[in-house]
Design a protein around this ligand. Structure first.
Ligand code: C2E
Ligand code: CA
Ligand code: CA
Length: 568
């Protein structure tokens, strides 16, 4: 019953209410009926007189104050000179009586009209608060969403295309933190005015968020929209005056075309954000939504969320790749390399998730796990090769070595076995070292005091200015595999590798060549005086369960295992 009322009766009255002619006719009919009822029931002497209030209420409601007063006057006439006090006795009404009643009816109509006007004003104010931004006077996101829905309905005409531009004012956050919220809102207002002055008249600009604006340009092709976006970007370049200072506006712009990129409002807006985060081909233009980049970004987010759980679920393990002495072939230790056995996708290579982990700081959890793994490998190594000098290397990122708590984390992990730290080596890439050298230097010095060894990883791939080596406390240079792998084929690589080995000797450092794939490269590197070798020619990375067996087979110093003893 309730639903039937909602679905049929309410819309019917709403339609009547919306059309002023229909509403007027209904009110007129009600007036006539009222007159007839009062006349037929004997005149104004009887209680039916009060029926006249109904058309007056309706008129005041539909046509507000004016409607209320006019209806009051009509009521006054209908229930006044043209209506007897007593029909049967043909007794007319007293003039004062119907005039004062008419006055009350007008007052009644006026009051209802005013009350309804007040309710409407309140509703409009609420609508404005909910839909418009008080600073820029621009519509807010909800209104924008409705606008896109309305625009989507025009796709019945073939070939019609609309464009959404999403502008983010990057500088706004800086202004908020430096000058406060009011200044930042003034700045946003200036940006809104600037954008609005460039957009064509038919555009609909809305404030999408704290520092974003969304513009809908209807019936425009992609080239035209790109031109408009470029003009806005260029115009935003000229500074805005803020508290006497010319503030440069830094912005990025994402663009989606619909229906090509979708028709659902939320999906289109999401894609406009995704486009904004893509790097544009030029930095003075809007980036157009790219499905492949979007897909990768979504996969990366999923991967990162899975990675956080993978660390907890211990799906992350560390494989060891041995490093041997170039001259003697004896094992000098190993490098631990992370492996992720994803429950659904299988093995995921580190190059796929380490760069993401580095951006999200999940990397410090991976480093923690690698420290624990290093301890397990140390115990396993010592069982097979007791009393030898060896090192277990882990890979650490720039984040780790600029974290002042990092040395404490290491000492906590080794608790009362601090002597083991002398068997630990940290491989740090040249690039991350140079980026944070001033911050990393004291932390690295502290680590060395604890006995930890430091190796510069991927040497030769960074900025190639040797000056940082002067300030960088390291024990080992790892020559990047991109030079080593081609060393027998490419003469430039051979020269670079030879010079790096010499450089490490001159600086009193050990050299390690990684990516040694055949005996020819191993022999050549040994001839050049390289200290250690690492690569598939010696062994591929292996799990902890295989490490002791490999050591037994490949190092003559290995303690022979008594029959029947299982490695652990
Ligand atoms: P990397 O530190 O330069 O590690 C050496 C990479 O070369 C490893 O790849 C290893 O499997 C591979 N490799 C070793 N010998 C050879 C060879 O003879 N030929 C060829 N073609 N490749 C060889 P992987 O394990 O895929 O690791 C890739 C990168 O991921 C590492 O480069 C390192 O930068 C990063 N990574 C790995 N494990 C960790 C970790 O636990 N923490 C951090 N922060 N990064 C890690
Ligand atoms: Ca490494
Ligand atoms: Ca490397």
């Amino acid at each position: 019953m309730k639903n039937r009322l909602k679905d049929t009766v309410y819309p019917f009255f709403l339609r009547l209410h919306q059309n002023p002619w229909i509403a007027g006719i209904i009110i007129a009919i009600l007036f006539l009926l009222s007159w007839l009822i009062v006349f037929e029931s004997g005149g104004t002497k009887y209680a039916h007189l009060h029926i006249i209030y109904f058309p007056i209420v309706l008129a005041a409601f539909r046509f507000r104050v004016i409607g209320g007063i006019i209806a009051g006057l009509i009521g006054m006439i209908l229930m006044g000179p043209i209506m007897p006090l007593d029909v049967a006795a043909a007794e007319p009404q007293d003039l004062n009586n119907w005039l004062s009643r008419g006055g009350y009816l007008c007052l009644f109509g006026l009051t209802i009209g005013l009350l309804h006007q007040a309710i409407l004003n309140g509703q409009n104010e609420l609508f404005r608060i909910l839909n418009y931004d008080p600073v820029t006077n621009l519509p807010l996101f909800e209104a924008f969403r409705r606008k896109i829905t309305a625009a989507s309905n025009t796709f019945t005409d073939p070939g019609i295309q609309h464009v959404i531009l999403n502008f983010e004012i990057i500088t706004a956050a800086d202004i908020r933190s430096s000058f406060g919220n009011d200044a930042s809102e003034d700045f946003i207002k200036a940006c809104a005015d600037r954008i609005q002055s460039i957009l064509p008249g038919r555009s609909y600009l809305a404030r999408g968020g704290q520092s974003t604006f969304l513009a809908l340009i209807e019936r425009v092709n992609q080239t035209e929209a790109q031109k408009i976006a470029d003009n806005v970007v260029v115009s935003l370049r000229s500074p805005v005056m803020m508290q006497g200072l010319p503030m440069r506006i830094e912005s990025r712009v994402g663009m989606v075309v619909f229906p090509d990129h979708g028709t659902h409002p939320d999906d289109l807006v999401r894609k406009s954000f995704s486009a904004m985060w893509q790097s544009p081909e030029r930095n003075d233009t809007a980036s157009v939504f790219d499905d492949t980049e979007d897909q990768t970004r979504r996969e990366n987010i999923k991967l990162l969320s899975d990675l956080g759980q993978a660390i907890e679920k211990q799906e992350i393990v560390f494989f060891a790749q041995p490093k041997t002495c170039a001259r003697t072939g004896l094992v000098r230790g190993c490098e631990l390399l992370v492996r992720w056995k994803h429950a659904e996708s299988g093995m995921i290579p580190p190059d796929r998730f380490i760069p993401l982990a580095e951006k999200s700081r999940l990397i410090s959890d991976i480093t923690k796990a690698s420290i624990m793994a290093a301890r397990s490998y140390m115990i396993a190594t010592e069982k097979v090769l007791p009393d030898i000098d060896y090192r277990i290397a882990i890979n650490v990122s720039g984040w780790d070595v600029t974290e002042s708590e990092f040395p404490k984390q290491l000492t906590a992990a080794f608790e009362d076995e601090l002597w083991r730290l002398a068997n630990l080596e940290l491989e740090i890439t040249e690039t991350s070292v140079i980026e944070d050298l001033s911050e990393a230097k004291p932390i690295l010095a502290e680590l060395r005091k604890l006995g930890v060894h430091i190796a510069i990883d991927d040497f030769g791939t960074g900025f190639s200015s040797f000056s940082y080596l002067k300030d960088f406390p390291a024990d080992t240079l790892k020559i990047d595999q991109s030079f080593v792998r081609e060393v027998m084929q490419t003469s430039t690589d051979a020269i670079l590798v030879r010079r790096t080995i010499e450089l490490s000797k001159d600086l009193g450092m050990k050299s390690v060549a990684e990516g040694v794939e055949d005996s020819a490269a191993a022999d050549w590197l040994t001839e050049q005086g390289c200290d250690m070798l690492q690569g598939y020619w010696i062994a591929k990375p292996m799990p902890l369960s295989e490490w002791p067996t490999w050591l037994e087979k490949n190092d003559p110093r290995a303690r022979k295992k008594p029959e029947g003893l299982v490695n652990s």
